[in-house]
Ligand binder design. Structure first.
Ligand SMILES: Cc1ncc(COP(=O)(O)O)c(C=O)c1O
Length: 388
């Protein structure tokens, strides 16, 4: 059966060039990057080349890059590396759980956390961030691109607010890296997280940009790897893969090739909205990364649509979480003010470098049929009452 994968915000396939770059580091170049003999020197050099490549993608110095096991660890290192009991942290209601649940944990450990709201387009208001500042605010952590809607946050304005208030600024750029250009100086952040598997490198590797002079308490205690910021033998093949993927992402962005993805995404949205009644794009009027589209299909359970599309070969996702057997609507969409039924009817389509216009056509043929069938079966969907 034909399978089309439009769930690249969950994870991306490793690009063939990335896989080829990694391959020797599983076998002939197997040394521990901390060993001083030839084998170690070889892998050390590969890790340092990867560090340069990641630094070039983010516009920072190689020494400001700390390799981690992924986005979750990078977010945790940024937050728990800085915050102590009594500190105040500002974040938003639409963060990934890597940040939201870190915030909850901080609260249980005696810290204050403010969750600033978003507007109907899913945008954090810089003035809300400014108003949330307190004398004991130590950190602002606001994501660069939202994983469910793709909405890009005003990180440069927030960076200025943080600088004026002399507060650290961390941004989770896991869903931005490789999709839009990132320059840590322009953003004015002190810390920035990325993850390999969201940008065609493997799962289980990521990086945290740590501005020179920012002192972090490590999460793990052990050897002095990563300049004592992240103990543990480096995942050399993963780091090499991340370096190669960062190099590819930079040249694609420099050549403006992401515009192709933008066009495919926009065509998909336009056609779905045209062909299927009672639909709309969540966050349509905000700036967004070029690959993500979050669409509501009134009268349908997103989970049911996801399963029905999967049975026909199209992989997509809902932002819903299953807690204690009940399907909870997405915290991101409800924070944007969507009623729970509309949030539950929403589906995320996320494209990747491997997707083609022909795959978009496949989806555009399939989606109207599947939605019509589910709506026919729906006891709540009333054709006469729909509003676009
Ligand atoms: C915005 C965001 N932050 C953090 C993460 C976590 O990254 P990882 O899967 O590498 O731990 C994700 C993954 O979905 C994400 O989308």
């Amino acid at each position: 059966m034909r399978r089309v994968y439009f769930d690249n915000n969950a994870t991306t396939p490793v690009l063939p060039e990335v896989f080829e770059a990694m391959r020797p580091y599983f076998s002939e170049h197997f040394g521990n990057a901390s060993s001083i003999h030839h084998h170690g020197q070889e892998t050390r050099a590969a890790v340092e080349r990867a560090r340069e490549s990641v630094a070039a993608l983010l516009g920072c110095k190689p020494t400001e890059i700390v390799f981690t096991s992924g986005g979750t660890e990078a977010d945790n290192l940024a937050i728990f590396g800085l915050i102590k009991a009594g500190d105040h942290v500002i974040t938003s209601t639409i963060e990934h759980h890597a940040v939201l649940n870190s915030g909850k944990h901080l609260q249980s450990a005696g810290c204050d956390v403010t969750y600033v709201p978003v507007d109907a387009q899913g945008l954090v208001g810089p003035d809300d961030v400014r108003r949330a500042l307190r004398p004991n605010t130590k950190l602002i952590t606001i994501m660069m691109a939202n994983n469910e809607t793709g909405v890009l946050q005003p990180v440069e304005e927030i960076g200025k607010i943080a600088a004026e208030a002399d507060v650290y600024f961390h941004t989770d750029a896991v869903q931005a890296a490789g999709k839009v250009s990132i320059d840590v100086k322009r953003i004015g952040c002190d810390l920035l997280s990325i993850s390999g598997h969201k940008m065609h490198a493997p799962q289980g590797v990521g990086a945290l940009f740590v501005r020179k002079g920012t002192s972090l308490t490590p999460l793990f205690w052990g050897g002095s790897h990563e300049r004592s910021r992240r103990a543990g033998t480096e995942n050399v093949p993963g780091i090499v893969g991340l370096g190669r993927a960062a190099g590819i992402a930079k040249s694609v962005l420099d050549r403006g090739e992401v515009a192709h993805m933008d066009e495919m995404r926009d065509r998909m949205e336009r056609e779905i909205l045209k062909k299927v009644e009672a639909t709309g794009v969540n966050g349509a009027n905000a700036p967004r990364v070029p690959n993500t589209s979050n669409i509501y299909f009134d009268g349908i359970e997103g989970e049911a649509l996801q399963i029905a599309l999967d049975l026909k070969g199209l992989a997509v996702s809902t932002g819903a979480a299953c807690s204690s057997g009940a399907i909870e609507p997405s915290h991101v969409l409800t924070a944007m003010g969507l009623p729970p039924e509309r949030a539950r009817s929403s589906i995320r389509f996320s494209l990747g470098k491997q997707n083609t216009s022909e795959e978009v056509e496949f989806a555009l043929t399939l989606i109207p049929q599947v939605v019509a069938r589910l709506r026919d079966l729906s006891p709540v969907y009333n054709k006469e009452a729909v509003s676009h």
